[in-house]
Design a binder for this molecule. Structure first.
Ligand SMILES: NC(=O)C1=CN([C@@H]2O[C@H](COP(=O)(O)OP(=O)(O)OC[C@H]3O[C@@H](n4cnc5c(N)ncnc54)[C@H](OP(=O)(O)O)[C@@H]3O)[C@@H](O)[C@H]2O)C=CC1
Ligand SMILES: O=C1O[C@H](COP(=O)(O)O)[C@@H](O)[C@H](O)[C@H]1O
Length: 570
């Protein structure tokens, strides 16, 4: 124990010494940096205890840090007793904070995943009292379906730990005041501080500067979760990273992509690497195309101002879908350690061919009336310019130039205001060569190939479409699904992605956060096509609100001899 502490501190000091702000950027106990394997081990160890505890309290996978001390090791006990955790949500008055971050923090508290000694601070310009913040937060808190009994008590306990500080985002003095308030709560203990930047990206750097100079922990770690968008293209993203790194080390920056925290996305690697039946098939030899599909059945209502500067390619494809693609297509990592996984993701991203304009199509939704109800078009939003060419839908074909995936189209499709909400990965396999049963298919043979579908949301599940004989005396073939439907197999609520990611950031687990080289590689793939799209002022194909999107998506798919699986299913 003593040795660990010593090594951790000397290593942190070495880091701080190389940092431009060594005095003002104090020690961050970068557990996974110093002890990469130990971090995963300790998390797994906690999870092991949690599994034991789950039989008692149906915990969601973290060990109870509040009331299970006797199960944990000596090392853990000591740390827990002497340290505090302060979580500051910057932009606390905003949509994401209310909708996702505070509820996720409450869920972690509810599940016993937060340390004994923690406080939550909201920070924003809006003037609020502590009590007003608590009222605001309480409106969005919910308890897990299966554990409602002491819900009200738990909410009260949580809300008592929530405080508010009003300040400007670029004021060092305001952050110094925040620092004073944080210190009051920390009572001189070893303090760890987590900042969540739930604010528009143009103020990220101001906040990081002020927080790092005036409100960093002096004796524990300081970490910052940065929300997307991380820039608009390679240049602006590089600039953002450069500016953030004036004040923070890479190890302090947790770039969030909440899709990586979704249960089925986490399960993707388990599916691949722990099932012998899949891994041998995972290549160009057996897979003819992969589809990554995102759709929402609502428009940009309320977020038009933000969305118009980014569009669907930057909002969904360059991050959420590309991250899933990287996990899907990467080689087997050396271990489950964050750096090993992220290095494999970077490798596969760097093997990809940058997207070409001729391999994408864009669309924008228009107003539509259905069942007596009028649905607004994208440009009907008062915060969107009337002549906006921003795509609310896009489809793209991407390729990976490596031995495993050479020639396999990875088709992406993302859209707002479509007929349904969902996110899924579809893997379409090749034909069975010389299929003995080709005469017995009621449908065309091309449609009778196997398909593996990983449904990320809603109705999380994994199903494998196979061909089977219809029972009876004849020989007629049919298609059926071997179906793992989560709600039947695991009839309990799945934690929200933000819960998992917040817990990981608290634990210093970086596996599900984006490293700066990953981000660079991701932007390199999309920047040329995005620039061309804007320079050439490509006019998006209009599609009605609530429809299946522009027909151009079908032409793009058929160019590569692909049919969109979601539409075949419908
Ligand atoms: N909302 C969502 O569903 C998602 C959001 N994100 C990202 O999360 C971050 C926060 O999103 P969201 O909560 O929707 O954002 P908001 O627009 O609600 O902004 C959050 C807070 O920031 C302050 N703020 C807003 N605009 C400005 C401005 N121009 N200058 C200074 N302060 C401003 C406001 O607080 P005050 O005026 O009190 O200071 C506001 O309450 C963004 O980076 C967004 O891209 C990512 C995924 C989903
Ligand atoms: O990052 C974003 O994601 C949401 C969709 O997230 P989900 O978890 O609800 O699927 C999307 O609406 C938003 O435009 C985008 O910024």
């Amino acid at each position: 124990m003593a040795t660990h502490t010593m090594i951790a501190h000397s290593s942190s000091s070495a880091l701080a010494a190389s940092s431009p702000l060594k005095e003002t950027l104090p020690l961050f106990t970068t557990r996974s940096l110093t002890f990469p394997r130990k971090s995963s081990f300790s998390r797994l160890r906690l999870r092991f205890f949690a599994e034991k505890l789950s039989q008692l309290d149906s915990s969601n996978g973290c060990a109870s840090l509040q009331d299970s001390g006797e199960h944990l090791t000596e090392e853990h006990d000591t740390k827990e007793e002497s340290s505090t955790l302060s979580i500051t949500v910057v932009g606390a008055s905003g949509d994401l904070a209310k909708k996702k971050i505070f509820p996720a923090l409450f869920a972690l508290f509810y599940e016993g995943c937060l340390p004994q000694d923690f406080s939550v601070f909201g920070y924003a310009r809006t003037k609020l009292t502590h009590e007003e913040l608590r009222v605001m937060i309480s409106r969005t808190l919910t308890c897990r379906i299966d554990q409602r009994e002491n819900c009200v008590d738990k909410m009260d306990q949580f809300l008592k730990r929530c405080f508010y500080h009003s300040g400007q985002y670029n004021s060092e003095d305001d952050f110094a005041e925040l620092n004073t308030k944080l210190k009051e709560k920390e009572e001189g203990k070893l303090s760890n501080r987590l900042y969540y930047l739930s604010i528009p990206p143009n103020i990220f750097v101001d906040v990081v500067r002020c927080a790092s100079l005036r409100a960093s922990s002096v004796n524990g770690w300081t970490r910052v979760i940065v929300e997307k968008p991380f820039g608009r293209d390679s240049e602006s993203s590089g600039e953002l990273t450069r500016c953030l790194k004036q004040y923070l080390t890479e190890e302090q920056i947790f770039r969030i992509d909440h899709y990586l925290g979704k249960e089925l996305v986490e399960n993707l690697s388990v599916l691949r690497f722990s099932n012998l039946v899949f891994e041998p098939l995972w290549s160009r030899n057996y897979i003819r195309n992969v589809q990554l599909i995102f759709s929402e059945d609502f428009g940009t209502e309320g977020r038009g101002g933000y969305f118009d500067q980014y569009g669907i390619i930057r909002d969904i494809m360059q991050n959420h879908l590309l991250q899933i693609l990287a996990l899907f297509a990467m080689e087997t990592p050396v271990s489950l350690d964050a750096e090993d996984i992220r290095s494999e993701k970077v490798k596969v991203l760097r093997s990809m061919k940058p997207l070409l304009l001729q391999d994408m199509i864009v669309g924008q939704y228009k107003g539509h009336s259905k069942g007596g109800k009028a649905y607004p078009g994208y440009t009907d939003d008062p915060t969107v310019p009337k002549n906006s060419l921003t795509p609310t839908f896009a489809a793209a074909a991407m390729f990976i130039n490596n031995a495993r995936w050479d020639g396999v189209p990875f088709l992406m499709k993302a859209g707002k205001a479509l007929h349904t909400r969902g996110a899924e990965i579809r893997v379409q396999f090749r034909h069975v060569p010389g299929n003995l049963y080709k005469k017995n298919f009621a449908t065309d043979l091309d449609k009778a190939t196997n398909e593996l579908v990983i449904r990320v949301q809603p109705d999380e599940g994994i199903y494998l479409r196979i061909n089977n004989k219809v029972p009876g005396l004849g020989m007629r073939l049919d298609r059926s699904d071997l179906n793992l439907l989560y709600r039947s197999r695991y009839p309990r609520e799945i934690p929200d992605a933000y819960e998992r990611l917040l817990l990981d950031a608290i634990e210093g687990e970086r596996r599900l956060f984006i490293r700066s080289d990953e981000l660079d590689a991701a932007w390199d793939l999309f920047t040329p096509a995005l620039k061309e799209l804007e320079q050439k002022k490509i006019v998006p194909e209009l599609y009605p609100y609530g429809s299946r999107g522009p027909v151009g998506a079908h032409y793009l798919a058929s160019k590569y001899n692909v049919r969109w699986g979601d539409l075949e299913d419908a």
